[in-house]
Structures are given as structure tokens and as C-alpha cells.
Design a protein around this ligand. Structure first.
Ligand SMILES: [Mn+2]
Length: 355
């Protein structure tokens, strides 16, 4: 296992790399460049990021949030241009040592929450929260506006202003699209990019829908083991993999997360892991919890054991943390609770290794 940390870059992330380096067992980052979907990530800017990370004594082998342009998901004629840009980005990333690209194929919405700073009554910290009942009163446009207001001036991945301006139009373009239609468009994309990945030694890792069920009537095709079996078959290759996010899949109690890890781990189809815990509060109602098993409803030991047994060399990062100790920052991406999460996951790993 390579323990890593999501980092938004020195211009956008208040957490200095030297702090990340000081988390015990931290080997590298899952980094990103804040670029709108559809553009080419240029070599110069990739090199600058990689050099900066290496200078801090960390690795950069995983890049996240290379977002797929909506025209590709909708299947518009303009998609070929954006797919070519995606291919150019893959080649540029590979030239600078990137081994895994984490992305998603969710229509319109990346992850969705109804509250970004819900106070946890037990300890006074706060975390990301979702209650489907709250969506009933808010339409898609309202929820997006609220998310932007709640995010302390940061741009959340998937909620870039460029995309939000077009939200109404984009929602209309998805009207009538079925999951099978979306999968056809997904196959068109994978058929173009996966051969390039094979050639340059990069693995694409698809992040699950979060939360793990359909929202706003949009087709969503990545929130269960069955869904991922279908995705992998769309273009069968070791380069077509899953970014197995325990908190996203685990938001739906019907997903047996350790079993899903074992299933895809044994197939060598896990490109990267996001590991975090969730607390169920009711039907389609949850909040994010500390990583410790007893603070939520996922069995973190069983999760780490499944990684250990089936994909021990994969990249892992602690996912969203709570905001604790009065830290101000990007919701879900503070330093303190994610550092605690990494330490806890490393502790589980050491115990499993020594058993
Ligand atoms: Mn995740």
C-alpha cells in the first residue's frame, strides 16, 4: 500500500507540502491541477507540479479530477475534440511519471451533499452531510448555489463556475437519457482512451457515484459491484480500473464494501482507493465520520484487510475528514482529521502485516 494525500496545489491548497510530508507513513500525493473539463493539461504545468512535489520529498504517481467533458457523456458530435484533448492530457501526464488517473463519469454532478459543515453532536466537530429529504425542497440549481456559498470561497472539484453557468442547459440535454445510453457513450470514450493508456503505462480509475444512488432523475452507472462489472466489460483491459471509494459506495448500506474490494482486487482492477467511514442516519441520509470504525458504520479493519489480501500494492488515501480543532479550510479536505485518518489506517495495516 502506498499512503497518499489529496492536494490541490500550492496556489489553491492552504496545506503546505511540508506538513503533509510530516504525516507518518505518507509516501506521496494524489494531486491535481484545477483545470476546466475538456482542456489539455499542458506539460509545462504538469512538470511544475511534479517538481514541486518531488522537492518536498513526496511522490506523485496518481492524478485526480481529470474531468470528462459533459459533451463526451452526452455523446454530442463535439465529443471527439474533447476526447483528443483527454488523450493529449494522458500522454502529457505519463511523460512525467503519472501511473493512475482518477476520474468519474457522473452526469452533471460530482459528489453531492446537502450540508458541508454539519455539526456532529457527540463531539462538536463538523463534517459533510446528506439528507435526501432536503433535496426535495431544493432543485439542482439551488443546491449548487448553496454548495458554492458553503465552500468558504474554494472551488470544489466538479462544481467549477464554468460548468455551473451552463447547468440548466446541461440538465436539459440529459432528459430522456437511460443508463444504457450513458454506458454507450462511456464505451465510446473508453475505446478511445484505454489503448493510449496501455501504450503509455497509465491506468484509468473510475470513481463511484456519490452518493451511491441516482439523483435528480439523472442516469448514474457507477454505484455498485454490478455497475463496475459492466464498466470493466465496456473495454476489457488492465488499464480500465476502479477508484474504489469506500465512503461513496458505503453511503448505500446495500454495498458490502470489503466484498467489493475483494471482488475487484482479485481481478487486479483497483487502480486506487479512497478510504473513509460513513455514519448512517436513515434512508438516503448519512454523514461522514472519523476514520475509526466505531465512529461510523463501515468496518475499516475489514476494508484494510481486503486491500491487504487482494491489492496490497495499491494507492490509498484517507478521504474526506471532519473539520476539527477549529481548522478553517476546504470542506472535507482539512489537514488534521485526514492526518489522523492516515495514521489510523497505517496502524491497522501494521497490525494486519504482523498478524
Ligand atoms: Mn472518494
Amino acid at each position: 500500500m502506498k499512503m497518499t494525500f489529496r492536494w490541490y496545489g500550492s496556489k489553491a491548497d492552504p496545506i503546505p507540502l511540508k506538513y503533509i510530508r510530516q504525516i507518518p507513513g505518507m509516501t506521496g500525493l494524489m494531486g491535481l491541477l484545477d483545470r476546466p473539463a475538456g482542456v489539455v493539461w499542458e506539460e509545462e504545468e504538469i512538470k511544475e507540479l511534479v517538481d514541486e512535489v518531488h522537492a518536498a520529498g513526496l511522490e506523485l504517481e496518481v492524478i485526480e479530477s481529470v474531468n470528462v467533458h459533459e459533451d463526451i457523456k452526452i455523446g454530442l458530435p463535439t465529443r471527439d475534440k474533447y476526447i483528443q484533448n483527454y488523450i493529449d492530457t494522458i500522454r502529457n501526464l505519463a511523460r512525467h511519471g503519472i501511473k493512475v488517473i482518477v476520474y468519474n463519469f457522473m452526469p452533471v454532478f460530482d459528489w453531492l451533499r446537502t450540508d458541508l459543515a454539519r455539526v456532529i453532536p457527540e463531539d462538536g466537530s463538523n463534517s459533510l452531510y446528506f439528507d435526501e429529504k432536503d433535496l426535495g425542497q431544493m432543485g439542482p440549481l439551488e443546491i449548487v448555489r448553496k454548495t458554492a456559498e458553503d465552500s468558504h470561497g474554494f472551488t470544489l472539484p466538479g462544481w467549477e463556475p464554468e460548468r455551473l453557468a451552463l447547468l440548466e442547459t446541461t440538465l436539459k440535454q440529459y432528459e430522456g437519457m437511460t443508463p444504457d445510453n450513458l454506458r454507450e457513450n462511456y464505451k465510446y470514450f473508453l475505446d478511445a482512451v484505454i489503448p493510449v493508456c496501455e501504450e503509455v503505462g497509465v491506468r484509468m480509475a473510475c470513481h463511484p457515484d456519490d452518493p451511491a444512488w441516482p439523483i435528480f432523475g439523472l442516469p448514474r452507472i457507477a454505484h455498485s459491484q454490478d455497475d463496475y462489472d459492466k464498466i470493466i466489460k465496456l473495454h476489457d483491459s488492465p488499464a480500465n480500473t476502479v477508484c474504489l471509494c469506500t465512503g461513496s459506495l458505503g453511503s448505500n448500506p446495500e454495498n458490502d464494501v470489503p466484498a467489493v474490494i475483494r471482488h475487484f482486487g482479485e481481478m487486479n482492477r483497483i487502480g486506487a482507493m479512497h478510504v473513509r467511514n460513513v455514519k448512517y442516519l436513515g434512508h438516503h441520509h448519512f454523514r461522514e465520520a472519523a476514520h475509526l470504525s466505531s465512529t461510523g458504520d463501515l468496518d475499516m479493519y475489514a476494508i484494510m484487510k481486503a486491500i491487504h489480501d487482494t491489492c496490497p500494492d495499491t494507492y490509498v488515501r484517507p478521504d474526506h475528514g471532519r473539520m476539527i480543532w477549529d481548522e478553517q479550510g476546504r470542506p472535507g479536505y482539512g489537514l488534521y482529521d485526514r492526518a489522523l485518518g492516515a495514521a489510523y489506517l497505517n496502524g491497522l495495516w501494521e497490525a494486519i502485516e504482523k498478524q
